[in-house]
Design a binder for this molecule. Structure first.
Ligand SMILES: CC(C)(COP(=O)(O)OP(=O)(O)OC[C@H]1O[C@@H](n2cnc3c(N)ncnc32)[C@H](O)[C@@H]1OP(=O)(O)O)[C@@H](O)C(=O)NCCC(=O)NCCS
Length: 193
């Protein structure tokens, strides 16, 4: 399976489908790959490989430290790597990630969504969610949801704000262990696939 959504605005052919991911070097700024806007270089979204998880872990940790998402250790990420896609630049450098976690035969969650701060607002998050939405469709799911502090981003992608209690399996799996359980500030969003 190869999910690739190529940025039509960039020159040349994207790389990264079958090669081996390099370890996360440091934050790559968009200007190294394009014109500084984060939208000119080729960005593609592909299924994650286990070595990518070494890049995904610090990406998630950065935002977990800001209480924007739940932290995930490398072991946990390696166990669940099949749920993940990564957004990579033309050198296959990981600049974003996201995962699709299946809950029922109809429902999955978009989770662990993160875009390197240097690349935000350049369309990378949109590409990741679009790839996960396509994947949900291929799998035969009918609805995807997310719990988020960024509902406006999801609304741009066709999601609507819904009642959190619609997703008891999520609450059972993750929320019960969350320190914010009784003061949850996340908003549930969902869309049909
Ligand atoms: C939320 C996040 C994934 C968005 O990724 P991104 O690459 O910056 O988003 P995109 O550039 O693809 O944005 C798509 C659209 O949403 C809008 N958007 C993005 N972030 C937004 C925000 N915080 N508030 C309002 N709108 C937002 C963009 O302006 C764009 O709109 P447009 O299509 O009209 O131009 C990214 O900001 C991020 O990683 N944040 C930190 C981690 C986090 O909060 N993760 C939890 C998500 S559940």
């Amino acid at each position: 399976m190869l999910i690739r959504i190529t940025d039509q605005r960039g020159p040349g052919e994207a790389t990264g489908g079958a090669g081996v991911s390099s370890p996360r070097r440091s934050t790559r700024i968009p200007s190294e790959a394009g014109d500084g806007t984060g939208t000119t270089g080729k960005i593609s979204v592909r299924p994650a490989r286990i070595p990518d998880m070494r890049d995904v872990e610090p990406l998630i940790r950065t935002f977990a430290n800001e209480n924007l998402m739940l932290p995930k250790g490398l072991d946990q990420l390696s166990r669940t790597f099949r749920e993940f896609v990564v957004a990579v630049d033309e050198d296959d450098f990981v600049i974003g990630c996201g995962a699709l976690r299946v809950y029922t035969e109809e429902l999955a969650e978009v989770c662990s969504l993160a875009v390197d701060a240097a690349w935000q607002r350049g369309g990378v998050g949109r590409k990741i969610v679009e790839a996960l939405t396509e994947e949900a469709g291929r799998l035969g799911l009918s609805e995807i949801f997310a719990l988020t502090l960024r509902p406006e981003f999801f609304k741009k992608l066709g999601f609507e704000v819904v009642v959190k209690e619609n997703f008891p399996l999520k609450v059972w799996a993750d929320c019960r262990n969350c320190p914010k359980l009784h003061a949850c500030d996340e908003i549930a969003v969902a869309r049909k696939v």
